[in-house]
Design a binder for this molecule. Structure first.
Ligand SMILES: Cc1cc2nc3c(=O)[nH]c(=O)nc-3n(C[C@H](O)[C@H](O)[C@H](O)COP(=O)(O)OP(=O)(O)OC[C@H]3O[C@@H](n4cnc5c(N)ncnc54)[C@H](O)[C@@H]3O)c2cc1C
Length: 432
């Protein structure tokens, strides 16, 4: 079966998440002209988290989403809520210093905490569970995880981290693929579309005006920028752009810094309880350490949700099940007779240095993007930092805003093929 991103822009692409969404958003299309304090573009976690933070601070907020709330990566991802922001802070020491590095470590935990508090405060039913296993397939990965463990302790990470050696592996995961790894009880997993819809509902109840099916066609800068859609426009004191890998050419100066890379997930049929328990006895989310990594977890109804196969070419695989199932069977040969009920994919926004990009254009157009596949907690943290900056607190915002990000070479047409070539090199390195 050929995978299509979506049949119609006003519905979700088929996925396990869309099939099990516990509410269906039906916000109107923007029509006519409006004036508000803040206009947010993009209804994924970045936009919705910023909207909620701003509404909690009593701003008058309006959010425009081209398709549906959570239609992009936020409603399709692996649901792995993993602490940490970026993929290493040391390269940024000359720019942000020790204080900046400490702040990013602290915010890597705060992002998870924001979600935990939101789920509890707004009673969001999104199957949140704690427990995550970072798995090593090579001795080199074990060393990297050992360094990460030491750094985490140094930065006062309080949630229990536990080393798992080969001998104890089966207490976490029943496979022969890994050498060991690190358990983190302060990270976990959840149903991302239900989280996003629940947060949007909470924001709406706090007064945020949400418009779906309202693609922004232009943002005209100015003292009060104007945000245009086909049927209406909004003038605001500030604009927030959270379109990430789906930005297209709306703001070419941002688009060149974030490359869409496809990532894909299959969901098995519900597994018998005994089999689910045998595969992942503690129901933890799992990722390995490779560049083209496998990531997987059990859903609330005990399906195995198995993701991976990062594609940098901009082309979706012809058949996701055919492409991903062999990877799943390498980890869990026990599933050879199990059928696959869902397949889907989405675009991750990759940045060259793998640190989220946060900043402003023309002083009052804020943006956050390029989470490089690790965005669940980071989007929430960036939403908070944007709200802080709009409220005049720039200290934490500036930690990220100081970091420079290069534009990928090749222009809109050649960027993806060039990156695909570069990634081949890293995949080759992963073989050793
Ligand atoms: C398959 C997959 C698996 C992943 N797994 C994980 C995981 O397990 N853990 C993790 O931490 N991260 C994961 N990620 C990454 C994570 O999902 C993203 O970092 C995060 O969702 C980004 O959120 P966002 O709001 O910035 O972007 P998105 O969720 O992509 O939202 C952008 C929104 O902007 C809208 N938009 C675009 N242009 C316009 C316009 N002109 N006008 C109006 N609206 C517009 C789009 O329709 C879209 O809804 C995964 C990503 C993918 C694709």
């Amino acid at each position: 079966m050929r995978y299509h991103d979506t049949v119609h822009s006003e519905s979700y692409p088929q996925s396990y998440y869309a099939a099990t969404a516990n509410q269906h958003s039906n916000y109107p299309r923007l029509a006519g002209n409006k004036t508000v304090d803040i206009c947010i573009v993009g209804g994924g976690f970045t936009g919705v988290a910023a909207a909620l933070e701003l509404a909690e601070r009593n701003y008058q907020v309006c959010l425009l989403e081209a398709h549906k709330i959570g239609w992009g990566a936020s409603g399709r991802n692996g649901g792995q809520l993993i602490r940490g922001i970026g993929h290493g802070t040391e390269p940024f020491r000359p720019i942000i210093g020790q204080a900046g590095i400490d702040a990013i470590w602290q915010m890597g935990t705060e992002g998870v905490e924001i979600i935990k508090q939101r789920v509890s405060k707004y009673q969001i039913d999104c199957d949140l569970k704690w427990g995550y296993f970072d798995a090593a397939t090579k001795p080199r990965h074990l060393r990297q995880l050992a360094d990460y463990y030491q750094e985490s302790i140094k930065h006062g990470y309080s949630a229990p981290l536990q080393w798992i050696g080969k001998a104890d592996l089966k207490s976490v995961i029943n496979t022969n693929c890994y050498l060991g790894g690190l358990v983190d009880i302060g990270s976990g997993h959840l149903h991302p579309l239900n989280l996003c819809l629940g947060e949007a509902k909470a924001a709406h109840q706090l007064g945020v005006e949400i418009y779906e099916k309202s693609p922004v066609t232009a943002i005209e800068p100015g003292v009060k920028p104007t945000v245009k859609t086909p049927y209406g426009q909004i003038q605001a004191k500030s604009v927030v752009v959270g379109c990430n890998a789906y930005l297209g050419q709306l703001l070419p100066q941002l688009a060149g810094k974030v490359l869409p890379a496809g990532s894909y997930i299959i969901a098995s049929e519900p597994l018998p309880a005994s089999l689910a328990q045998q595969l992942l006895p503690q129901d933890m989310a799992v990722s390995d350490q490779r560049v083209a990594l496998d990531y997987f977890r059990l859903s609330a109804d005990k399906r195995l949700l198995f993701g991976g196969l990062c594609h940098y070419s901009g082309q979706h695989p012809h058949n996701i099940i055919q492409a991903l199932r062999p990877n799943m069977l390498k980890v869990f040969p026990q599933l050879s007779e199990v059928s696959i009920d869902y397949q889907w994919g989405g675009y991750i926004g990759i940045g060259a240095n793998r640190m989220p990009q946060l900043g402003t254009l023309d002083q009052n157009i804020y943006y956050a993007q390029a989470y490089s596949g690790h965005g669940l907690n980071a989007t929430h943290m960036m939403g908070r930092l944007i709200a802080e900056a709009i409220s005049g607190q720039l200290e934490r915002f500036d930690v990220f805003a100081k970091i420079k990000h290069i534009t990928f070479p090749g222009g809109p047409l050649l960027r993806s093929p060039i990156l695909a070539l570069g990634m081949l090199y890293y995949r080759f390195k992963d073989c050793f």
